[in-house]
Design a protein around this ligand. Structure first.
Ligand code: ZN
Length: 104
């Protein structure tokens, strides 16, 4: 029996119906079943869903480690955030202030 080609396995992993022949082969062939299972895992992992929400959010020590690894200043603790002390959060970037504007 001919094995399923990678494209068919990918489609099956994505939930496509490829007919009874493909399904039957998948049930009877350990090699294709293993390939399908690994592709299926990748599809499930990449798909946003309830599993993603169950992931733990990184703690402050993780961010501190990232900042330290990148050579950035340590992140401020979230308790110091007070929107009233920062009245202009939507201030436009000043990066292009000095760039020449194209004339009409
Ligand atoms: Zn096979």
């Amino acid at each position: 029996m001919q094995h399923l080609d990678p494209e068919s396995l990918s489609l099956l992993a994505l939930g496509e119906e490829l007919g009874d022949d493909a399904a039957e082969h998948l049930r009877s062939c350990a090699g294709c079943a293993a390939e399908y299972a690994s592709l299926r895992r990748a599809v499930v992992a990449a798909k946003p869903g309830p599993d993603t929400a169950a992931l733990e959010s990184p703690g402050p020590q993780v961010w501190a480690g990232i900042h330290s690894a990148l050579g950035l200043s340590p992140p401020s603790p979230p308790t110091r955030w007070d929107p009233r002390r920062r009245p202009a959060p939507h201030q436009p970037l000043r990066r292009h202030q000095n760039s020449r504007r194209p004339g009409p």
